[in-house]
Ligand binder design. Structure first.
Ligand code: ADP
Length: 276
């Protein structure tokens, strides 16, 4: 498959969505604990606008927690997450300056910048495909229904489901449902797309179709992507950068060629042996 100097893998040149051309996403000394369990341990990393980053590593190393923190489904224990230069996990304290943990309405506003696709597709079963895709744009963003419908049709075409707009999720295969979930996430025009093991729940013959759709999304948009996956071929094709996690810390990072072709850490080599 293409090495990292192909157009698909060429790393974006910064600028755009980050404040003053800086990184779009910053984790600054982020700690996440569940009770006594430290899942993320003073984690520092950043992601540039338009960059596609894959998180790999053993089960339980904290990858999904990173996505859930960004989606504001979990709260940080210590440290701060910033998106586009503004605090995301925290909000400015009135008057005296400083930051305090973000309240629900602050988080709700920020959440609109990010779309997430889960392992389980989480479609609304009582709604058609079209209704699933236009629900949040109409009710959360207040986009006129006609405009939301036009965009939904365009996105369903992108994911190869133009003929399923009026179907219900139960009439679709798992792969088709996941493609609807991708269209639904993109319908909010997020700056950032989070993908959490989106093919893990699929029958093997349905995986390729979903990954092809995501390759198309990567090639046809400049959306910033964070992806947790065990599909190493996909990670190699689509990512600009791969972060290898172990026990809540980054054990190694590099381009796909470096990580898959010449890993430096024994932890990375042993993880790759287990999945390749
Ligand atoms: P990964 O995605 O790398 O498999 P996760 O981020 O899902 O890892 O989980 C990291 C660790 O955090 C695991 O030990 C998991 O059991 C634990 N964990 C995740 N969510 C919760 C939760 N809500 N409550 C308690 N422990 C959790």
């Amino acid at each position: 498959m293409p090495p990292s100097d192909t157009p698909t893998n060429a790393r974006p040149q910064g600028g755009g969505a980050g404040a003053g051309g800086g990184p779009l996403i910053v984790f600054d000394q982020v700690v996440k604990r569940f009770g006594d369990l430290t899942v993320l341990d003073h984690l520092d990393f950043s992601v540039d606008p338009g960059e596609r980053v894959t998180l790999i590593g053993p089960s339980g190393s904290g990858k999904t927690t990173i996505l859930r923190l960004l989606m504001t489904l979990e709260k940080v224990t210590e440290g701060v997450i910033r998106v586009g230069g503004e605090p995301f996990s925290h909000m400015p304290r009135g008057g005296s300056g400083g930051l305090v943990p973000a309240g629900e309405s602050y988080l709700r506003e920020r959440r609109k910048r990010i779309g997430m696709v889960f392992q389980q597709f989480n479609l609304f079963p009582n709604m058609t495909v079209r209704q699933n895709v236009i629900e949040a744009p109409v009710h959360v963003l207040g986009i006129p229904k006609e405009e939301a419908n036009a965009k939904a049709e365009q996105l369903l075409d992108l994911v190869g489901l133009a003929d399923k707009v009026d179907a219900h999720p139960t009439q679709l295969s798992g792969g088709q449902q996941q493609r609807v979930a991708i269209a639904r996430a993109l319908a909010m025009s997020p700056e950032i797309l989070l993908l959490d093991e989106v093919t893990s729940a699929l029958d093997p013959e349905l995986v390729a179709g979903v990954l092809d759709v995501l390759r198309e999304v990567a090639e046809s948009t400049d959306i910033t992507m964070l992806c947790v996956t065990h599909e190493m071929g996909f990670a190699r094709d689509v990512s600009h950068r791969v972060l290898m996690f172990d026990q809540g810390q980054i054990a190694e990072e590099g381009t796909p060629d470096q990580i898959f072709g010449d890993p430096q850490e024994e932890r990375t080599r042993s993880f790759l042996r287990s999945v390749l």
